[in-house]
Design a binder for this molecule. Sequence first.
Ligand SMILES: *Cc1c(COP(=O)(O)O)cnc(C)c1O
Length: 385
Amino acid sequence: MSEPVYLDYAASTPVDPQVADAMDACLRDPDAMANAAATHWAGRAAAARAQPAREQVAQLIGARAGEIVWTSGATEADNLALVGAARFQQQRGRHIITALTEHPAILESCRSLQAEGFQVSYLSPNGAGLVEPESVAAALREDTVLVSLAHVNNELGVIHDIAAVGAICRTHGALLHVDAAQSAGRESIDVKAQQIDLLSLSAHKMYGPKGIGALFLDAERCRRVSPLLHGGGQERGLRPGTLPVHQVVGMGMAAELARARLASDPPAILALRRRLEAGLLALPDVQLNGSPEQRSCHIVNVRVGGVEGESLRLGLRRFALSSGSACAAESGEPSPVLRSLGIADHLALSSLRISLGRGSTAAEVDALVAAVDATSQRLRALAPA
Ligand SMILES: *Cc1c(COP(=O)(O)O)cnc(C)c1O
């Protein structure tokens, strides 16, 4: 097998054909063309076309339709959650808690808040890449207004115990924001049971289109945040701009499919992940990054010892996969997430993040294992450590 192989589903997923059909039908529907904010018959028709999508997304996470705000993706949802909630709550306090392992959309939002005078505690993960609920509890201060923690980490695939963190935050009174871009459709999410106040979603991480996402805001606990954009009053004034009805319809369909397949998709992908892990970890000097147990079905992150990262990637260029972090990859710097686990720079640089999805096959997994084996053996023979 020498065709190109896609193993980067944590970076983006293909649009499901049913999602593409729903979007196409919407784009071609004259009844859906109007500005959904307009009060005439055509505007109402467009708004009615978009409404079921709010229900579909809400149902995936155990929320109500009125608690969903559309955004351009999880990056914007993260920015709106952090910057919007922090600014809105600042009379109560100016301290925020997050983790060193978070996505840049979280970390950079926090940096910009620091420039506004907010204080941010960046928690270190344990050796398995997990932030323990106890360390959140220990970092809470009287002036803490917001805690932000990913459900599933996008580089390691490890799963945080969100319900435990939710209970701690509820007792204290701080809001809890969860980035669920990687967990939606893979782990079950119930914002009420897990006591989550704000939650970010991205359509293109769950077989929907790029350019659309959502922020959940709990109706009782977090009715308002300070908007980042200023304009018309759409999305209760929290996110103005003309509703992209076809995008919204696409995300709604993706959410519905994700929910329908929650019992079948993750176990099938998990079986492939187990096969992949068994193959890779049987190779000499290949080790898993992050917790072996508390992890999502779709991500494997391994370090390959005794080889140079750049040469390893070159040898594996037939495979679309990510080296440590999609976002840090271009800088040539070791992934800050792997560094925060205490992994040495040279091993962080020769780490691979492989992520599986609905289209993945056993043949692809086996081909990657064989290629990592062949490439690492060849490189070690050329330049013994
Ligand atoms: C992909 C991702 C994002 C960014 O989502 P976009 O919709 O591409 O903006 C944010 N957080 C996590 C954890 C992600 O995996």
